[in-house]
Design a protein around this ligand. Structure first.
Ligand SMILES: [Zn+2]
Ligand SMILES: [Zn+2]
Length: 400
């Protein structure tokens, strides 16, 4: 057996031994969810646990989030491992004994599991620091669920300084526990969130000839913008435009002078992403002009396309095959959900793998953001083993 396999064997043993403690971390975090940019108790808990594991906490000029570091034999190369830490404004309905104790808030996207998995990785690596040649930086990032997101401020605070590669994970209820999912290239959509206001001229409901009806214009805008998808983009590319909220008007017998629309555009094509503001303005501008109204368009936030690096996926593939076998690796489909891990991947090579958490016997088959979202906690053993082993392999120079 070569040296690499010996280290992998050690990692599997340490991850297995750690698992009960990891479940405690996860259940504590699950019980105490905090919303995006409000993760103060979560941050304090992570700092406490990371310090107890012997990690160094890096100064961070943010109200929430943690960056911690662990040095191996040297600090010659650095690999970063990222977990998001925020929960959602959802009332939990799992009935689990460790369910959220905070009404209306829930870890329904698995970020509690990401934290415990990455904490576990820190715990495993802290026990074998003489076995790897470099530094591991752990990024616990706030506000993934709320664009513009926490990744950008983390990067501004030096999260990627001297980082050669970054690893990320997301739980996936479509993959059985023990499996991981990988995909090279564009995997999650770019997000363009915008606020659109249509301005007309108010008036009496019975005298439309004296007014400019903002509701009629808005209705035309909502329909016409769907035509961008069918007529303005290459049918090979995929995109979605959705208005999640439309509000306007004051009374039945008054023509509305203003309508506000909140929308989001998702696409996997960077070329299309750059064109979106132009396409929106052209279509909305044309309709407003024809009807005598006007509009204001405000970009609220955006996430870039998440582009997984094939060399890092090749590293995951080799490492995971050695740990658990090739048959446990699936190729996953791209999705139009957004994820601000994409911001790190614009700066350094890296990849986000999907961690299987599916186990219908315990109800772990509900979709993300469901109030009944349940995770098979065994998944953390697989995630931690992969992250720790991939970090060691990367730092010891076993990259593609
Ligand atoms: Zn989510
Ligand atoms: Zn998530």
């Amino acid at each position: 057996m070569d040296n690499k396999n010996t280290i992998h064997g050690d990692i599997l043993g340490l991850a297995r031994k750690l698992h009960p403690r990891q479940i405690e971390w996860r259940r504590h975090l699950h019980s105490h969810p905090e919303l995006s940019d409000e993760e103060t108790q979560t941050t304090a808990y992570l700092v406490k646990e990371l310090k107890a594991l012997g990690l160094r906490i890096r100064p961070l000029n943010m109200t929430t989030g943690v960056i911690a570091e662990l040095d191996g034999r040297s600090s010659s190369r650095t690999v970063a491992i990222r977990s998001d830490i925020d929960a959602l404004p959802i009332a939990e309905q799992t009935g689990l004994p460790f369910a959220s104790v905070t009404p209306g808030k829930m870890h329904a996207c698995g970020h509690d599991v990401h934290m415990a998995t990455v904490l576990g990785t820190a715990a495993v690596l802290a026990q074998i620091r003489s076995e790897f040649d470099g530094r591991v930086r752990f990024l616990f990032q706030p506000a993934e669920e709320m664009p513009p997101g926490g990744a950008r401020p983390m990067i501004k605070n030096g999260a990627l300084d001297k980082v050669g590669a970054i690893f990320g994970l997301h739980v996936d209820p479509h993959l059985k526990t023990g499996k991981i999912g990988l995909r090279d290239g564009p995997t999650m959509a770019s997000v363009f969130d915008f606020d659109l206001t249509i301005h007309g001229r108010g008036g009496h409901a019975a005298r439309p000839q004296d007014a400019v009806d903002a509701i009629v214009i808005a209705a035309e805008v909502v329909n016409s913008l769907q035509t961008i998808i069918s007529r303005d983009i290459d049918p090979i590319d995929s995109a979605a435009i959705t208005f999640g909220k439309v509000s306007g008007g004051v009374a039945r017998n008054v023509i509305a002078d203003r309508v506000q629309l909140t929308g989001t555009v998702r696409t996997l094509s960077p070329k299309l992403f750059r064109k979106i503001p132009l396409l929106l303005k052209r279509t909305v501008g044309g309709i407003c002009k024809a009807r005598g109204g006007r509009f204001t368009l405000q970009a609220v936030a955006d996430y870039p396309v998440l582009n997984n690096d094939s060399a890092i996926n090749a590293l995951y593939t080799r490492t995971y095959t050695d740990l658990f076998g090739r048959s446990r690796i699936a190729v996953t489909d791209p999705v139009l959900g957004g994820e601000d891990f994409a911001c790190y991947l614009q700066k350094v090579p890296g990849a986000m793998f999907r961690l299987g958490i599916r186990n219908p016997k315990i109800g772990a088959d509900k979709p993300w953001h469901s109030p009944e979202f349940i995770v098979d906690e065994d998944a953390m053993y697989f995630g931690t083993s992969l992250l720790a082993a991939a970090a060691v392999d990367y730092l010891n120079g076993r990259t593609a």
